[in-house]
Write a protein that binds this ligand. Structure first.
Ligand code: NI
Length: 167
C-alpha cells in the first residue's frame, strides 16, 4: 500500500469528469487499498479517485466512529433523493475550510462492490452527505462550488496565502 498525493483546490484536475470503471482488476483493488490508506492517514471520512488524480468513478468512505467500516463505491449513481439537510462540510482537497452546504437528507445509491456485484444502499445523515460530496468530485465539483462567488474568491485567496507560507 502507498499514500497518494491529494490534489488541492483550485487545481484544475479536480474539475475533470471521471470515467466509469470498466473492469475491476488488480490495479483497481490496489487503488482502493491506497485510497483507503490515504483517507485514514489524512483523517478524512471520504475520498474520491479524482482527488488523487485518477479519473475513474471510484469512492471510498468511512463515517464510522471506530474508523473500521470501509465502504467502497464503484460507478456510484444517485437514485432517489428526499428532504434537505444543511451541515458544515470540509474536504481533504480544501484543507482548513469548512462551510454549510445544502444536501438531500436521504438518498439511494446504486453501485458495484469490489467483486463487481451491483448493490443498492439507502443512507441518511452524514453518510448521505458524504456520498453526495464524493459523487460531486467524480463530476468535477468541489463543495466550495456550492458556495457564493464571494466566498469562493475568499477561499482561493486564503488557500493561496497558506500555500505561500508552507512553500
Ligand atoms: Ni472532498
Amino acid at each position: 500500500m502507498a499514500l497518494l498525493p491529494i490534489l488541492r483546490f483550485p487545481d484544475l484536475r479536480l474539475k475533470k469528469i471521471a470515467a466509469p470503471v470498466v473492469r475491476i482488476d488488480d490495479s483497481i483493488r490496489k487503488l482502493v487499498a491506497d485510497m483507503a490508506e490515504t483517507m485514514y492517514e489524512a483523517s478524512g471520512i471520504g475520498l474520491a479517485a479524482t482527488q488523487v488524480d485518477v479519473h475513474k468513478r471510484l469512492v471510498v468512505i468511512d463515517t464510522s466512529e471506530e474508523r473500521n467500516h470501509l465502504r467502497v463505491f464503484i460507478n456510484p449513481q444517485l437514485g432517489r433523493c428526499e428532504g434537505l439537510q444543511s451541515g458544515e462540510e470540509g474536504c481533504l482537497s480544501v484543507p482548513g475550510i469548512y462551510d454549510k452546504v445544502e444536501r438531500a437528507e436521504r438518498i439511494t445509491v446504486d453501485y458495484l462492490d469490489l467483486d463487481g456485484q451491483p448493490q443498492s444502499l439507502t443512507a441518511d445523515g452524514l453518510l448521505a452527505v458524504c456520498i453526495q460530496h464524493e459523487i460531486d468530485h467524480l463530476d468535477g465539483k468541489v463543495f466550495v462550488d456550492h458556495l457564493s462567488q464571494l466566498k469562493q474568491a475568499r477561499i482561493k485567496a486564503k488557500l493561496a496565502k497558506q500555500a505561500r507560507v508552507t512553500a
